[in-house]
Design a protein around this ligand. Structure first.
Ligand SMILES: C[S@@+](CC[C@H](N)C(=O)[O-])C[C@H]1O[C@@H](n2cnc3c(N)ncnc32)[C@H](O)[C@@H]1O
Length: 264
């Protein structure tokens, strides 16, 4: 809770900013993100173990090697029902670490992979913080998403004209992909489907949508792989894997130059 300081003077309420750092390549950190990280009173990053930098911290370090980062342990056992209690407990514990800093009026920046408003831990962390301090100011800095990077790196035109996009998850299997295919969504992005790559590919093959589908695994990170889904369909991929299914385009896809001058 924000309140007076030791001398009785009111303390300005703290601020919590969720900063999207992109999927992995530090070159995809935006200028706004770099600016906020440099100015924040404290930068915090999720990690599974306090002794190890998490992915988002590693991305930030690639751009700002000397930045001081405080690690917040999080339970990352996946989004399945089984891990829900553990995840909530870890969000409450992380919020408890943040509350004294926010109560002291600090601007705390929480870094997160991709964009903080797309399947990120950040909103749950905000809920846990607001249960104790509803006044805390919250904002976000958008980040480049994994699917934008995959579209770019694989020279896939994701949407054209009046086409639409479905973003689905496949943590427990391809059910949401099947629904999107039934709805006739033109382009489909699949997140969290690494364990189910063979099942995703066979569903797309049956729906005649496998051609043009691409897999991006560990984009911008050690072990990166970008391949046609048909060639990667023989086994599972990392949790950090994204699939793009481009729209079925009877006349063929618009094809940009496949990015030969991409800076590395
Ligand atoms: C918890 S969600 C985070 C999404 C992220 N906030 C975004 O905006 O892209 C995790 C999923 O994002 C995708 N993802 C995130 N980073 C990735 C990367 N470096 N390479 C491939 N996929 C990634 C994967 O589908 C992964 O299962």
């Amino acid at each position: 809770m924000t309140g007076p300081d030791a001398a009785g003077a009111p303390v300005a309420p703290g601020r919590l900013t969720g900063v999207g750092v992109g999927p992995g390549d530090p070159g995809l950190l935006t200028r706004r993100a770099l600016d906020v990280l440099a100015r924040a009173d404290r930068v915090v990053a999720p990690t599974t173990s306090p002794d190890e930098a998490g992915r988002a911290e590693a991305v930030v370090r690639g751009a700002l090697p000397d930045l001081e980062v405080t690690r917040l342990p999080f339970d990352m056992t996946g989004d399945g029902a089984g891990g829900a209690a553990a995840r909530q407990a870890s969000h409450r514990a992380a919020a408890a670490r943040l509350l004294p800093w926010l109560a002291a009026g600090e601007h705390v920046a929480f870094v997160t992979l991709g964009d903080p408003n797309i399947y990120s831990t950040f909103p749950s962390l905000v809920d846990a913080v607001r249960q104790h301090d509803p006044q805390v100011a919250v904002d976000t800095v958008p980040g480049i998403t994994a699917f934008q990077e995959l579209a770019s790196r694989s020279a896939t035109v994701l949407l054209d004209g009046t086409e639409s996009l479905a973003l689905v998850t496949a943590l427990d299997g391809p059910a949401h992909l099947a629904e999107a295919l039934d709805r006739g969504a033109s382009a489909i992005v699949v997140y969290k489907g690494g364990r189910h790559v063979p099942a995703l590919a066979s569903l797309l093959r049956r729906a005649d949508r496998l051609e043009g589908a691409v897999l991006g695994e560990l984009l911008g990170l050690p072990g990166e792989r970008i391949a046609p889904l048909a060639e990667a369909a023989d086994g599972p991929a990392s949790y950090l894997a994204t699939v793009i299914v481009p729209p079925a385009r009877p006349g063929g896809s618009p094809s940009p130059d496949p990015g030969s001058d991409r800076p590395t």
